[in-house]
Design a protein around this ligand. Structure first.
Ligand code: GLU
Length: 293
């Protein structure tokens, strides 16, 4: 399929120098589509790739979804619950299950992990936001790999991020990450839904998030996770405005993470344009419209 870019610079060599990297995996990336249970082979691969990045001297933060999906299966449900209290209960069980597996696998590669569960309220309230920022920085200094999720067990509709695409962009902005990589069952941005339109073109670089780009994101959705392309473009806005480059790529083969960081053209790159007036709090209290046209 033909691809094009809306940017001027096609080379991604500069991604090699990125130091602080946030990687987000969607529920669909780490669970089996048939059963919703953990895909241990994929989780193992993810852990190996991220451990290797840490060994290379990168600072790695993992934002992992999957708590509700894994928890609902552990509790014998045949589908993800829609009722709030059930979701919260499933998240409480699934988050613990996920962390146990992550901790075991990272330990095999001599890496220590930490669990950070956030709600929108943690980020709105300035004292808790600063505490979260300090904790991240201290963990990075200690060489620990933070594993982040929304605190689904206590988040209610009014205070939830709702999807981990947004959460991961907020984390990237909070820690001033150099790069955010969103991995899901979507391989990047197309001019139209490729399942419906065989003429849809793949976009490898987005220089600016224009109205046209936003319109392109409206079609595609993920079967398992909460976020579709729409939420990924909103995430890109937060990341780019806060000075963080962002790449959306398919999680089918998780070695893409190291290949993206070595400058290979994989997925769609949204380029950072630091907006001096960007404050996380503006995004969190209003509906952020971004600085880009
Ligand atoms: N926090 C949710 C979970 O762990 C996932 C949210 C999302 O899919 O973006 O189940």
């Amino acid at each position: 399929m033909e691809s094009f870019n809306t940017g001027v610079s096609a080379s991604r060599d500069y991604l090699k120098d990125k130091k602080r990297i946030v990687v987000k995996v969607g529920s669909s990336s780490i669970t089996h589509a048939q059963t919703g249970r953990m895909n241990l082979e994929k989780i193992e691969k993810l852990v190996r790739v991220l451990s290797n990045l840490a060994n290379l001297g990168k600072e790695v933060i993992l934002v992992s979804s999957g708590a509700i999906s894994v928890g609902s299966k552990a509790l014998g449900m045949d589908r993800k619950p829609s009722e709030k209290a059930q979701k919260q209960a499933c998240a409480a069980v699934g988050q613990a299950n996920l962390m146990m597996v992550y901790q075991k696998l990272f330990a095999e590669y001599q890496h220590t992990v930490a669990q950070i569960l956030l709600t929108k309220y943690t980020m709105i309230e300035s004292e808790s936001r600063h505490n979260a920022e300090n904790t991240f920085n201290e963990l990075m200094r200690m060489g620990v790999i933070p594993i982040v999720n929304e605190n689904d067990t206590v988040a209610t509709d009014e205070i939830e991020f709702g999807d981990n695409d947004t959460l991961s962009a907020i984390v990237a902005a909070l820690v001033k990450a150099d790069l955010l990589i969103l991995l899901s069952d979507i391989e990047g941005l197309y001019t139209d839904d490729p399942h419906k339109n065989s003429n849809a073109q793949f976009i490898d670089t987005v220089e600016y998030i224009t109205d046209e780009i936003i319109a392109m994101g409206k079609g595609a959705t993920s079967a398992v996770g909460t976020g579709g392309m729409n939420t990924k473009i909103s995430a890109a806005r937060i990341a780019n405005d806060s000075g963080t480059d962002m790449v959306i790529a398919s999680s089918e083969d998780l070695s893409v993470v190291s290949r993206i960081i070595s400058g290979e053209k994989i997925g769609t790159l949204f380029k950072a344009h630091l907006n001096e007036n960007f404050h996380l709090i503006d995004y969190l209290s209003n509906n952020y419209n971004g600085s880009q046209k």
